[in-house]
Design a protein around this ligand. Sequence first.
Ligand code: OSB
Ligand code: MG
Length: 386
Amino acid sequence: MGSGADGADAGPEALRIERVELREIRLALRRPFRISSGTRHELRVLLLRLEDADGTSAWAECVAEERPEYSPETVDTAWIALSEWLAPAVVNRPFESPSSVDPVLADAVRGHRMARAALEMGAWNLAARRAGRPLAAVLGGERRRVETGISVGIQEDADRLVERARTAAREGYRKVKLKIEPGADVEYVSAVRDALGDDVSLAVDGNAAYTLDDIDRLRRLDELDLLMIEQPLEREDLMRHARLQRELDTPICLDESVTSPARAEDMLELGSGRIVNVKPGRVGGFGPSIRIHDLCLEHDLPVWCGGMLETGIGRGYNVALASLPNFRLPGDLSPSARYWERDIVDPEWTMDAEGRVTVPRTAPGIGVEVDEDRIGELTVRREVIP
Ligand code: OSB
Ligand code: MG
């Protein structure tokens, strides 16, 4: 770790952020996305632009949403955290490597992990761009392509869900994840299983909508040969998940409940699940994500990269992360056209017919150009620190 300003500029990964710009843009989803905790239509997206003294810049994305439905953070809380405490803690401070940014941010505030992650991940991208290297390579990812799954929102009825799932399977997605809630679950998921057969890798995501009182429903889902049941129980819970996992054959995958490497450690010890959905925004950035990745690898648990309906900027970070070896299951890394009429990067993210996204391995940073003119047009709020 760094021992002060003197040595800090020496290494090839050294960086010093001189300026952080915050932007809020609005971007409409092509179709509404409903999960058990709420529906998303037009998104408010917080973007960051980091710049160093040489004029190298990097765009980053904060995955906090408009409302505190998935996590306690929102676009507005993240904005305050970034502008008041996080950006001031790192601006004009020399870092030996981007891996020393997370400890400083974690020391500056409690919580605010999505806000921290945006800045921390931006620092990794800035370091990659300074070095002229692809972000995936800087993170230690070796995969050339990553497998992609789709997360299908809750539909009005089972027929509509079957239709959506059928289309997704035809498009080549390697995993079809169905959002569920009590009442839109057993019947819906069985209909999809019956219509699509056993070849499709099916998963479900409860987004914390169940309790142990729903054990009968959960047992029926257990019979549908699912790849995993994601976050059935409460967000803060690990104990009840452990009890539930002992009752089910289907692996439980935790999302909301794993907010840090320590929580992943607790999950492993308690047996609260057998798979982890790693979302760098949820855990505070790449540093903590890589620690969770390594920990799960040591315990032979697969991880996969989740999504938060990112724009093409956030997608680039997730694709880079998903190129690490223990990301062994398809990630929620759908191509741009699935979410947006037009993305804010060029080229847009695409998927091949086998449901794979190519990891950029030559261009520096996330490997796609950010459309700054378009961001300018979409901007509704802006602030520069300092
Ligand atoms: O639980 O994975 C989730 C989106 C918003 C909040 C929570 C979740 C999601 C998704 C989106 O499933 C998946 C994607 O980005 O394609
Ligand atoms: Mg989830």
